[in-house]
Write a protein that binds this ligand. Structure first.
Ligand code: CA
Length: 233
């Protein structure tokens, strides 16, 4: 059975666009526009007949505080929740983390980012996949929880910085070409016109990663080819 998503979003335009994108990505969608309807969709008769697998919850709702909706969902159901916060919201991150949701995304987001997070949450909460953890020198990279530690201290990375590091870590010290990184992390295939800008962004992210990891020699440049992660970093 395909994954059933309860999509809670009060803006009709956003709700319809998101529902269409999720359906196109292979999900079943039960769209609702209020907090009350969200609770009904997760605990009411429809849920008893066909229980949802995951809830995508906009925290900015007109009838109930989104964080409160999340608490009530938590109290009544084990269904995983991904909170959606608005970028304009001053405390988007804090709100996302404090809502008690399993994960959160900040608007605007790409559908690929969203589905990747949904899949990660579903895998995690299903409990039959052990979180893959990669240890490389002083680095410890938890791919499922998206947590990176250097010498045991957690380092905060931006999403693409993490994705870049993960792409290198998965190759186990082998060189990864710029072309592959642009394709895998930036979603830019070889013929994409955004390639030039992508290359610049890649370099900026490599520099940021090196600076944040503060572990010299960890992300190595392989001249003319790409990058690799040094196990001994
Ligand atoms: Ca809203």
């Amino acid at each position: 059975m395909r994954v059933l998503v309860v999509l809670v979003e009060d803006s009709e335009a956003v709700r319809e666009a998101l529902a269409a994108a999720l359906r196109a990505a292979g999900y079943r969608v039960r769209p609702v526009g209020t907090g009350a309807a969200a609770l009904e969709a997760v605990t009411g008769p429809a849920a008893a007949a066909d229980p949802p697998d995951i809830v995508l919850l906009d925290l900015g709702l007109p009838d109930l505080d989104g964080v409160e909706v999340c608490r009530r969902l938590r109290a009544r159901s084990a269904v995983p929740v991904i909170a959606v916060t608005a970028r304009g919201h001053q405390q988007a991150r804090v709100l996302g983390l404090r809502s008690g949701a399993d994960d959160y995304v900040v608007k605007p987001f790409a559908i690929d980012e969203l589905t990747a997070r949904m899949e990660a949450v579903l895998r995690r909460t299903a409990g039959h996949v052990v979180a893959p953890v990669i240890v490389a020198g002083r680095l410890r990279i938890d791919l499922a929880r998206r947590v990176v530690e250097v010498d045991g201290a957690e380092v905060t990375l931006r999403r693409k910085e993490f994705d870049l590091l993960a792409a290198l870590a998965r190759r186990d010290g082998a060189v990864v070409s710029r072309a592959d990184l642009l394709d895998d992390v930036w979603g830019l295939p070889p013929d994409d016109p955004g390639r030039e800008a992508g290359l610049h962004s890649l370099e900026v992210h490599v520099a940021a990663l090196r600076s944040k990891l503060d572990a010299p020699g960890t992300v190595l440049t392989v001249r003319g080819v790409g990058y690799r992660l040094a196990a001994g970093g």
